[in-house]
Design a protein around this ligand. Structure first.
Ligand code: CTP
Length: 414
């Protein structure tokens, strides 16, 4: 678990943590600790499958409570009723495909599945399984059925799986699971009513059908912002270049490849948004000509590429705005603040998030980032290295405080 501070306190909340029989069951230990670190009391129910991977003792020591695995065991006569009635929320992490099927169909053949039928508070489910299982139509049907009933089913993450394959199926990170519980129990609503257009990821500018010019952007910062807006009650459209990330739940996602496609997708939606956050690393240049067939070497030892500038999407949209708040990013390798101030003024922005992409532990591809946020009115907030998801919340706090709540004045930036 990283050192993320809670965005909402879970003090006084009681969570039932269901652990099912996935290889990711060991990660439930971290989830349990994170819940307790944030003030919650936790009771753990393990399925028989989970007990093949982990011992109840581990969870008993860390939760400070007896772990129940069986409907008919122990001192309680009706644990499925008492446990569900005491719970403010039920979290199942990891959840297997088998568990999703049982929960979707209302089958009740063990304590966890039986108590689910008596839960009144929110139910959050974090699946973990192999990629082909997650995309299997039956699993997808069960996920849809659960979501339609209001169960929060998190999308598993893309990454290396126990099978050795890289696919979508990894248990969501502790911070995301914790966030989902916090949002379900104590929803933050300070972005409710905002319609936010977020861009993310790199663009790819084709040279020919098999080659393109691009950059190292992973999209993590933009996706984290989209998730944070959603978690805080706002509506989000995420326009994203090619990224290896699962689209965030509850966010309308539009996939694009080139700068020009990104410009079109954002232009179409700009008039109806209240805030634009341009986190994409748009390629500045593209090949002047895209060959229709694969370029051949034909014995050449060097070639020259003719490049032309792509549209400055942010500058163009900022010039067209009516009442929208416009936020840009400045990814710099030197003279970070002077360059960021120049972009803030030159592109007519309300706010810019400047970061040094050469900093160790931050920048492209990393899960962490450090940044300086500058407003057109001359305010400044400095943030050291932190998870991008947390920085996303800080960016939203700054936009809220400096732009949405403050009247937009004349630029004071020199
Ligand atoms: N941006 C854009 N369209 C482009 C290039 C950049 O909308 N063709 C946006 C980025 O999404 C970012 C901001 O402009 O929010 C600054 O991008 P950056 O790459 O840091 O700066 P550039 O304007 O490209 O200038 P330079 O490459 O000279 O630093």
């Amino acid at each position: 678990m990283d050192d993320a501070k809670p965005t909402a306190d879970l003090g006084g909340k009681h969570i039932v943590l269901g652990v099912t029989g996935s290889i990711a069951a060991y990660k439930a230990v971290g989830v349990l600790r994170a819940l307790r670190d944030h003030g919650a009391t936790v009771s753990v129910i393990m399925t028989r499958g989970a007990a093949q991977f982990m011992t109840p003792l581990t969870f008993e020591v860390l939760s400070g409570r007896r772990v129940v695995t069986d409907l008919f065991e122990g001192h309680e006569t009706m644990p499925h009723l008492t446990m569900s009635e005491d719970a403010d929320a039920v979290l199942v992490a990891p959840a297997t495909a088998h568990f999703l099927a049982k929960a979707a169909l209302g089958l009740a053949d063990d304590l966890l599945s039986t108590m689910l039928l008596n839960v009144r508070g929110p139910i959050i489910v974090a699946p973990a399984m192999d990629g082909d299982m997650w995309t299997h139509p039956t699993v997808a049907q069960h996920v849809d059925a659960l979501r339609a009933r209001g169960v929060v089913v998190m999308d598993p993450e893309v990454g290396p799986l126990a099978s050795g394959r890289v696919a979508q199926g990894r248990l969501s990170s502790e911070i995301k699971i914790l966030e989902a519980v916090q949002v379900a129990l104590c929803p933050q609503t300070d972005w409710r009513g905002q319609r936010v257009l977020v861009s993310a990821g790199p663009t790819q500018e084709p040279l020919d059908p098999v080659r393109f010019l691009s950059n190292r952007s992973s999209g993590k910062m933009g996706y984290a912002i989209a998730e944070a807006v959603r978690a805080r009650g706002g509506e989000v459209v995420l326009v994203t270049g090619p990224c290896a990330l699962a689209p965030p739940s509850g966010v309308t996602t539009v996939q694009v490849n080139t700068a020009s496609e990104m410009a079109d997708a954002l232009s179409q939606r700009f008039a109806s948004c209240t805030v634009l956050i341009m986190a994409a690393a748009v390629a500045d240049f593209r090949p002047r000509v895209t060959a229709s067939g694969k370029l051949k070497k034909q014995g050449k030892h060097e070639i020259e590429l003719a490049l032309e500038a792509t549209p400055d999407i942010l500058g163009m949209l900022s010039a067209r705005r009516t009442s929208q708040v416009v936020v840009g990013f400045a990814a710099e390798t030197e003279q970070v603040l002077p360059h960021a101030k120049e972009k803030l003024r030159g592109k007519g922005l309300d706010l810019i998030v400047a970061n040094d992409v050469t900093q160790a532990g931050g920048g492209f591809g990393s899960d962490d980032n450090a940044a300086v946020i500058l407003s057109a009115a001359g305010e400044q907030r400095v943030f050291g290295l932190m998870p991008k998801r947390r920085l996303a919340d800080e960016i939203l706090n700054a936009v809220r405080d400096m732009c949405l709540m403050a009247p937009r004045g004349a630029s004071l930036v020199e």
